[in-house]
Design a protein around this ligand. Structure first.
Ligand SMILES: [Mn+2]
Length: 323
């Protein structure tokens, strides 16, 4: 194990952070209200997954964000109709991009250890953490860093339950984040929204999730009753952690996923859900995972991903998180 490697490194191929926010690799000095962190690598189920397609997503999102395409970036200063004003609402809000968590290919688990150490620093400093995956194993070390004295309600947006105890002997891969979350003292309850189609879960994982008391909400229920009624089931005045698998959204808006599944959340629904949860309590962290750039169509997934992150930032600012 090489302890000399820094916890994070510069994104490849560009020197700018996401949405043009400054890069800050000195983790001893983070002067920010919100920190963005790339976490490229999960733990593989097969040798070929050591660096999977999803591991390219943090840098590709930074490079191909719609904002980066304009000569003069607009996202920070122009009027945003999703938010009713500029992104940061003319407040003095500091956002930094911490770069990507460094990998150690002699010890793949060290990537998770580093992600957990960065997340611990962020959570203990009351900075909001936005992590970009990588596959859905990424939130396992991040959620492990949530302090037990500040427990959260976990909200997962996903087509799949992700309750596998292990796959090919690996307990911390992309089929297991909610199973691992259910074992944490820092997770009080779980809402799983957007479930549909066929995934890695079997009847036994379904029974286990029910026995735990997880709130399993199918995408079809969301379409039937509307986001408003789903929000009414989620408690107010608590802390939240939000994990968003790109395949929770409908493949028409996020096609770049490994398991595209019909019937997912549309843009209007995911936007309303994010704004609604942010208003209910403090979202201490959000991750967006499972973007597989090889399957991208146009810039569709990346544009929705960027808008999703902007809606989260803008709603957090307007909910008074940093006042
Ligand atoms: Mn997932």
């Amino acid at each position: 194990m090489n302890t000399i490697l820094p916890l994070t490194e510069l994104p490849k191929g560009n020197a700018k952070g996401l949405l043009g926010f400054p890069l800050n690799l000195d983790l001893e000095q983070i002067d920010a209200h919100i920190a963005i962190l790339g976490v490229p690598y999960g733990l593989p189920y097969y040798p070929s997954e050591m660096a999977n397609d999803q591991s390219r997503a943090p840098d590709i999102l930074r490079q191909n964000a719609q904002d980066a395409a304009w000569d003069e970036p607009r996202t920070l200063h122009h009027f945003d109709w999703d938010l009713g004003g500029p992104l940061l609402n003319n407040k003095d809000i500091k956002i930094v991009d911490l770069g990507n968590v460094t990998a150690d290919f002699r010890d793949p688990r060290e990537h998770y250890n580093r992600a957990e150490r960065v997340a611990s620093k962020i959570f203990s400093s009351n900075i909001t953490l936005i992590s970009i995956g990588g596959d859905h194993g990424i939130p396992i070390p991040i959620m492990r860093a949530i302090p037990e004295n500040k427990p959260v309600v976990l909200i997962q947006i996903d087509a799949h339950m992700d309750w596998r105890n292990e796959v090919n002997g690996e307990r911390e891969g992309y089929s297991s984040p909610i199973k691992r979350a259910s074992e944490l003292k820092s997770v009080n309850s779980i809402f799983q929204i957007g479930l549909r189609g066929v995934g890695s879960g079997r009847q036994e994982e379904f029974e286990e999730a029910k026995a735990y008391g997880s709130n399993l909400i199918s995408a079809y229920e969301v379409h039937d009753v509307g986001i408003h009624n789903i929000l009414n089931r989620i408690p107010d005045g608590v802390n939240f952690y939000l994990t968003i698998d790109a395949d929770g959204m409908d493949p028409t808006i996020m096609p770049a996923v490994n398991a595209p599944t019909p019937g997912g959340l549309n843009w209007v629904q995911i936007r309303e859900l994010i704004h609604g949860i942010v208003k209910k309590g403090k979202v201490i962290g959000l991750d967006l995972v499972e973007i597989s750039p090889s399957f991208e169509k146009g810039n569709t997934t990346l544009i929705h991903a960027e808008r999703l992150i902007c809606n989260f930032i803008g709603s957090a600012v307007r909910a008074g998180y940093y006042d």
